[in-house]
Structures are given as C-alpha cells and as structure tokens.
Design a protein around this ligand. Structure first.
Ligand code: CA2
Length: 151
C-alpha cells in the first residue's frame, strides 16, 4: 500500500498540554490517529514523525524520496525561518502539503511569512486538526488513490 509521511516540527509534541486557547486540547497522538484513519480510508498508510530539530526534519524530507508518495508537513516555527527546509523540499521532489493548526495569517506578522509555501503543493491553515485530514485528501487527489499507482 502506498504511504504518506506526517511530519511535525518543533514544540508540536506539546499539543494538548499548553496553550489550549490557541491550539486546542487535541494531542499529537490524536492527530496521528486521525491521519492514520483517513489514510486507511483512502488506501494509504502513514508514517508519523515529530522532531524539535531542524536537521532531523531535513533528513526526514530527504529520506521520504522513494519511500513516501507525499508529505503532510507542519514545520511549526521553522515555517517562518528555515531556508534549509525549503531547499530540502525543493530538492527532494516529493509533494508536500503545508499544514498549520492556527490561521497563521491572522496572527503576528512574523507568522505570515512561510518559506514552505513556495515549494509546497499548497497550504492549509486555521482548521485545527481537521487540516491534516484535508491535507491528506489534497495529497491523494494529487497522487491518485491508493491503487498501486503511487509509492
Ligand atoms: O499553527 C500551527 O500549526 C503552527 O505551525 C504552530 C507553531 C507556530 O510556531 C506556527 O507559527 C504555527 C507552534 C507549535 C507550538 O505548539 C505548541 C503546542 C502546545 C503548547 C505550546 C506549543
């Protein structure tokens, strides 16, 4: 069965423990379970990875090539700073859908800039955990359903 990588960046391991007024009460484990259920529904499997380290996220993007059909990426605060992650995505040639729980465009100005957006298929933000499900649907619409035609 083809697979997708669900990749989460810094501090997202803290979901459900702090700042519920911004990020809700859902945990990262809950989000990963939602993603696994949606992927199964559309004929894919998922691998889920979270790291607080920029280099580990870059390594994961490199490793995804040939292993995963696409990546759902919430790069957390690295979204707004990481040229290195942007370069990794453009060189890996694996389709990425950028996701944010919050509406980054309705928050502080420094969050409006995304280095991921120009190299992503698209960006989904402001829909909480449902954004990950929408991102899987967008990737599958791009890749084709899990019928053996995608890695
Ligand atoms: O809205 C999103 O998903 C963000 O990617 C979350 C990042 C933030 O820096 C981006 O601008 C938008 C922050 C993730 C931190 O998550 C926490 C969760 C609970 C408690 C503390 C931090």
């Amino acid at each position: 069965m083809p697979s997708l990588l669900i990749l989460n960046g810094p501090n997202l391991n803290l979901l459900g423990t702090r700042q519920p007024e911004v990020y809700g009460r859902i945990t990262l484990d809950d989000i990963n379970a939602l993603c696994a259920a949606e992927a199964t529904r559309v004929g894919y499997t998922v691998d889920c990875l979270q790291s607080n380290h920029e280099g580990a996220l870059i390594d994961a993007v490199h490793a995804a090539r040939g292993l995963h059909g696409g990546i759902v990426l919430n790069a957390g605060a690295y979204t707004h700073t990481s040229v290195a992650l942007m370069d990794a995505i453009s060189s890996a040639a694996v389709p990425v859908v950028e996701v944010h729980l919050s509406n980054i465009h309705a928050r502080e100005t420094f969050r409006h800039k995304s280095y991921i957006a120009p190299v992503a298929l698209g960006q989904i933000c402001g829909f909480g955990a449902q954004g990950y499900v929408l991102a899987i649907q967008a990737l599958v619409a791009h890749l084709g359903s899990g019928d053996g035609s995608a890695p």
